[in-house]
Ligand binder design. Structure first.
Ligand SMILES: CC(C)(COP(=O)(O)OP(=O)(O)OC[C@H]1O[C@@H](n2cnc3c(N)ncnc32)[C@H](O)[C@@H]1OP(=O)(O)O)[C@@H](O)C(=O)NCCC(=O)NCCS
Length: 168
């Protein structure tokens, strides 16, 4: 893998985002989106319904994507949520970590004080290690809250990171 840049989404990225989204979500093992989510619903949520969406661009190829959204209204609105997906062929090369670190800075820039992941499947061990590396703590464990397609009902983690120390 060569270098990549992380940049805001453009309309020309929608097909690539859908391809990545569909490949991830149709497996049903990492996100709570219905596995048969349509292209329209996927893009309405991941791109149009988010506060911000970015892509990791390697020489014009979309390698990964993330979004930031406000996690709760009103008195919870200073906490954001984010989601990340990397194309299967581009995994394990730092794209996910770079997007996560980028999202922390972006969230800070947008004025959020913390970031929360609401439903991390406990089976998603590589992702959990990655989030911990970037400073997230597991603050809650929801017994059986994630219906895994092959493992049955597995625990889901709530992971949280305050952003006060994030600079740049
Ligand atoms: C989780 C995800 C975003 C990580 O992206 P990535 O670019 O592979 O991550 P990085 O290269 O920065 O970090 C690699 C870590 O991801 C894990 N990982 C997950 N799938 C991997 C794969 N197919 N190949 C290599 N590493 C993988 C590794 O375990 C590694 O952690 P480790 O070094 O502690 O073992 C990506 O695997 C993905 O899109 N997965 C499907 C969707 C998902 O689970 N999103 C997160 C939901 S909480």
């Amino acid at each position: 893998m060569g270098r990549f840049v992380i940049r805001p989404v453009t309309p020309g990225d929608r097909d690539a985002i859908w391809d990545i989204f569909h490949a991830v979500v149709s497996r049903g093992d990492t996100y709570a989106y219905p596995p048969d989510t349509t292209r329209a619903d996927a893009l309405a949520s991941w791109v149009d319904g988010a506060r911000a969406t970015f892509v990791a661009d390697g020489d014009g190829e979309v390698l990964g994507t993330y979004y930031i959204r406000t996690n709760q209204p009103g008195q919870g609105a200073h906490v954001c949520n984010a989601g990340y997906m990397v194309a299967a062929a581009a995994r394990g090369r730092g794209v996910g970590e770079a997007m996560c670190r980028h999202s922390l800075r972006e969230a800070r820039r947008l004025g959020y004080d913390a970031m929360q992941y609401n439903l991390v499947a406990a089976t998603n061990e590589g992702a959990i290690r990655l989030w911990e590396r970037v400073g997230f703590s597991t603050v809650g464990r929801l017994p059986g809250a994630f219906r895994h397609p092959t493992e049955g009902d597995v625990d889901a983690l709530v992971m949280y990171r305050r952003l006060a120390d994030v600079t740049g």
